[in-house]
Design a protein around this ligand. Structure first.
Ligand SMILES: [Zn+2]
Length: 1018
């Protein structure tokens, strides 16, 4: 039998493309165009309106990369427009390229009185005009020559990511700025035909429905006259009406379609362009809502609203009105859609505290779902943080990108490391940029893994990444699929309504997933752009210090608490935690700016006029005292206190043949002539000694890998990297030197490829069995990776890594495909491998990427190999990523338990701070010391933050958590006069009174439980 369907489809496609779609525009009328140069960075509309304008011919090139050109467009709607069944619009073609909107030129249309009328981008290039013949047209078009950073060539270095390196040629040619007459019947016919044509591609090949739909489309071609589409379009609509009216069956899958624009807060464009992207997208959405009462729009990221409020107040007021109606729905509750692998404990809390605080103040609403469709994996700490921040629901779809295994659910309970669960949905449409085509809708239904018991899924639709949002064509497809035989049902909806429906149907039955949601992809994002990562780590810890000492100064000395400045600095850090900035996957411009903003944060916190010195001055302590911001005692100074230190006895360095030996009361470390650690012997509690370095292995081994990922350069480390490695085991220099604490150290210099390394190794004083390794790298490589390896004689099946408010354990073997895919993992300040009673901790001050594996020792038995990933050198999107100088500080503690690892991680990242000194504390009673505001009785319970309350009441807020993964009874002592203590959520809202006894607040904590106390001062 000969199947004639393909021939029929060729005919249908040709009719649509050649005659029907072009007939949507019935007539064009050219307008007068002038251009005004705006020399450099974007300017406000009022400035542009006042610029000099000169005639500009359509067909002329415009726009240097990243430049802006303003066009002034004037004329009139032709006198005999509109006619019956038509409407009038402006149609703009800035010189569109084939790729999707948001990755090329973009425009915004302004009225002369400063109203941002609509964004303009390919596939959404219309601007509303008055529907009156002869009406004047007077618009300004702000055209942004955002270059095509070639996102389809993830591997090719591009100079486009920075104004300094981009070519100095116009990027685009203006093709049209016309008034057009739209034939509304033809436009509707196009949408009808697209809906049915889309169905043909997804209906089963032998199905009756498919044959019927093909026949109807053929009949459409018969009745629509190519020479008179306008005159025959109505007849065409009649022909297809019955096929479009055939309903979906009663039990059909329901797609809750939510208008959306996943706007990356920076990526292949700088932050300043994102501000404009958000304005253009929101203007698009408002125009669409004016035309269609059903459209909804979910928008995340308080930061993006705050940009509009600051830079586009008129637009913001219109947005606010739609939020009040419930049609624009703030979602996510976070300041930005952050990375969640590397963001520190308190910073993750602040994403919600700042985000939800903003939504409450600006709109009086509280989002209850976390909205992170695109972040690169999700920490096992997230469920607890989300719940405590008032978000019981969670949405992402990124795990569909896994390169090895499939997460077996789309709707499930996600259980975090502490046992907290959040109701979680992965949209089975597998995109956050859906167009609601039949292909995508049916994909969602077919892929939906819960379909035996559940019928609801969510589909975010609208152009995202570079912005743009939903279009009227997408909405038209959504409407036609509301109940259409062969398609899932579509309801245009809000995320809250989806979660309510899904939970009502499936909440009891839904399966669960325990622990982190590891993304089997983008494993290089733990390491790329090392300076950005260092800036984040350092800023998080400096903010901890600043809040602690400012709160201490407020309580102890009555100093003013710098609320505004702390909030401003937190928001800088939170923005840079966006999921393409902290992960290192943005263009050069973005990372250059991130590094500069981290320098400004550091200056504002610990510069001469910074918040930390100001707080310490207010406390008026004795010269020579040190401030201990860590939650553990150090050098005899209590945690969170300021006092004179009593430093430990320094270590010793001796020569033994060709070897060098570092010794203190806790450990003896031997290095050979290559500067490699061949032995580390620690004392056991029973007085015996134990070797930590396995036979046949060496520690402090720098390993230099080729690192050429298959596709996404800055994002990916692919597993083949491991096979191509050079051990850097030649020392150019090996000599005694001075450690930062004044004790002895060894200095080692190595050169390799185009780079060099200078290391300083020393032991902590006293009996602390910790080897400090400071590695300064002058890095000039392309597509290489540098690891620091410490093999340890520990037999363990798993390794422990710090995450937010606790830790996770991961297998060190590759028994299953899930274990094998986790060949590069993220950790915060430390990792640990151990047997009961003996282990080794490796702490870091700026690294996140690690691999912890197994290798045979000299006898062929398995030992553990801990490696820290120091540096990469990807070529896209920043071709000079990570070039230049870097310094890393690692602390290797032999004989350590997890508690020692926690202590080491805090200590390394919160060095004791020497206080410049006041008058000797005379005002404070002459002791020269400052007692801590808060003490805890359990070593397992860690104080994560001490601050004053966000509401500026003066209440002291203390956040603590159980860090060992065990139950803990703890007494929290409060060293200042107070009238009451309440337990609160992360937003500092009361949950209940805390039980306070004679010696403090008595608490019983679950494993990894986070507790926030709010203390009313008297
Ligand atoms: Zn994204």
């Amino acid at each position: 039998m000969h199947d004639t369907t393909p021939l029929s489809l060729l005919r249908i496609d040709r009719y649509l493309a050649e005659w029907i779609e072009p007939a949507v525009v019935r007539a064009r009328h050219r307008l007068a165009v002038e251009s005004g140069g705006v020399p450099d960075e974007p300017v406000p509309f009022a400035h542009a309106r006042g610029a000099q304008y000169a005639p500009f011919a359509v067909g002329t090139p415009w726009g240097l990369p990243w430049g802006t050109v303003w066009f002034h467009v004037t004329g009139a709607v032709p006198a005999d427009w509109p006619q019956d069944g038509t409407r009038v619009e402006l149609a703009v073609d800035l010189g569109w390229m084939a790729q999707q909107p948001g990755f090329q030129a973009e425009g915004a249309a302004w009225s002369p009185d400063g109203v941002l009328v609509k964004g303009i981008s390919p596939r959404n290039a219309w601007v509303p005009l008055p529907q009156e013949g002869g009406a004047a047209v007077d618009l300004y078009i702000e055209a942004a020559a955002n270059p095509d950073v070639p996102q389809d060539a993830w591997t090719k270095p591009t100079p486009m990511g920075d104004r300094a390196t981009a070519p100095k040629d116009p990027q685009y040619t203006l093709r049209a700025i016309d008034v057009v007459l739209i034939d509304e019947t033809v436009a509707e016919l196009v949408a009808d035909a697209r809906a049915l044509r889309g169905l043909v591609d997804v209906l089963p090949a032998g199905s009756t429905r498919r044959a019927q739909v093909v026949a109807v489309l053929e009949e459409l071609c018969d009745v629509v006259d190519p020479e008179d589409v306008a005159g025959t379009a109505a007849r065409g609509r009649e022909v297809v009406a019955a096929a479009l009216a055939a309903p979906a069956p009663a039990g059909a899958h329901t797609v809750h379609a939510v208008g959306h624009a996943h706007i990356d807060s920076a990526w292949l464009w700088p932050v300043r362009e994102t501000v404009r992207k958000v304005s253009r997208t929101v203007a698009n959405v408002l125009a669409l809502m004016d035309a269609d009462p059903d459209v909804t729009f979910a928008m995340s990221s308080a930061q993006q609203y705050a940009w509009l409020e600051e830079h586009y107040p008129e637009l913001f007021e219109r947005l606010r009105a739609r939020v009040a109606e419930g049609r624009i729905v703030p979602v996510g509750g976070m300041w930005v859609e952050s990375d969640t692998n590397m963001v520190g404990s308190e910073a993750l809390v602040r994403q919600f505290l700042e985000g939800k605080g903003y939504f409450e103040r600006a709109f009086g609403v509280e989002p209850t779902s976390v909205w992170l469709p695109d972040s690169f994996g999700y920490t096992g700490a997230f469920p607890q943080v989300a719940r405590l921040a008032g978000c019981p629901d969670f949405l992402t779809q990124k795990l569909s990108w896994n390169d090895t295994n499939r997460i077996p659910h789309h709707t499930f309970w996600w259980e975090g490391i502490d046992g907290t669960r959040v109701f979680t949905h992965f949209p089975p449409v597998d995109t956050y940029n859906s167009d609601l085509s039949a292909r995508e809708l049916v994909h969602a239904e077919v892929e939906f893994r819960e379909k035996a018991h559940a019928t609801h899924s969510l589909a975010p639709f609208g152009y995202g990444d570079g912005g743009g949002g939903p279009t009227r064509e997408m909405v038209a497809q959504g409407h036609r699929s509301a109940s259409l035989e062969g398609s899932p049902r579509v309801v245009i909806d809000s995320p809250d309504d989806f979660f309510a429906a899904a939970k009502a149907e499936y909440g009891e039955l839904a399966p669960s997933w325990v622990g982190e949601l590891y993304l089997e992809y983008h494993r290089g994002t733990y390491t790329s752009q090392s300076r950005t990562k260092r800036g984040n780590r350092r800023s998080e810890h400096l903010l901890r210090e600043a809040e602690l000492w400012a709160a201490t100064a407020a309580v102890r000395a009555g100093a003013d608490y710098p609320y505004e400045e702390l909030q401003r600095l937190w928001r800088v850090v939170l923005l840079n935690q966006f999921h393409d900035i902290l992960p290192g996957s943005s263009i050069a411009w973005v990372h250059r700016e991130a590094e500069r903003s981290y320098e400004e944060v550091a200056e504002a916190l610990v510069g001469p006029a910074g918040l930390v010195p100001a707080a310490l001055r207010a406390l008026d302590v004795a010269p020579g005292a040190v401030a201990n911001a860590a939650p553990f005692e150090r050098d005899g100074v209590a945690p969170l206190a300021i006092a004179a230190p009593s430093p430990a006895t320094p270590a010793e360095l001796t020569r033994d043949g060709d070897d060098w030996v570092l010794t203190n009361a806790g450990v003896t470390v031997r290095l050979d002539a290559r500067g490699l650690v061949v032995s580390a012997v620690v004392g056991r509690p029973d007085g015996s000694r134990r070797e930590a370095i396995p036979a046949g292995h060496v520690g402090n081994l720098l390993q230099f890998h080729q690192d050429i990922p298959n596709t996404w350069e800055a994002w990916d480390i692919d597993r083949h990297y491991r096979k191509l490695v050079t051990d850097l085991d030649v020392a150019d220099v090996l000599e005694p030197a001075a450690a930062p604490d004044g004790g002895p150290a060894l200095r080692i210099v190595r050169t390799f490829s185009g780079s060099s390394v200078e290391q300083l190794l020393w032991l902590a004083g006293g009996d602390d069995p910790t080897l400090h390794v400071r590695t300064h790298v002058d890095w000039h490589e392309r597509q290489k990776l540098l690891k620091l390896a410490f093999p340890v004689d520990v037999h363990s099946h798993e390794a422990t890594s710090e995450i937010q408010f606790g830790h996770v354990t991961r297998p060190t073997h590759a028994n299953t495909s899930w274990d094998a895919a986790r060949f590069e993992t993220v950790a915060h300040r430390w990792v640990h491998v151990g047997e009961p009673g003996f282990g080794v901790a490796v702490a870091n001050d700026a690294s996140y990427g690690h691999d912890i594996t197994r290798a045979p020792d000299a006898d062929g038995r398995s030992v553990s190999v801990v490696r820290v990933t120091l540096l990469r050198a990807p070529l896209f999107p920043d071709p000079v990523a990570d070039q230049g100088e870097h310094t890393f500080h690692n602390a290797v503690t032999f004989g350590a338990g997890v508690a020692d690892a926690i202590r080491s991680g805090y200590g390394l990242n919160l060095p004791l701070r020497t206080v410049a000194g006041g008058a000797g504390g005379a005002d404070a009673g002459g002791t020269g010391e400052v007692a801590p505001l808060v003490t805890v009785s359990s070593p397992a319970v860690v104080v994560e933050a001490v601050k004053l309350a966000q509401d500026r009441s003066g209440d002291v807020v203390v956040r603590l958590y159980e860090s060992h993964g065990a139950r803990a009874a703890v007494r929290v002592g409060l060293g200042f006069a107070h009238t009451g203590v309440v337990l609160t959520d992360l937003l500092e809202r009361p949950l209940g009174e805390a039980a306070e006894g004679e010696d403090g607040v008595e608490l019983e904590l679950r494993p990894f439980q986070v507790v926030t106390l709010r203390v009313r001062r008297s």
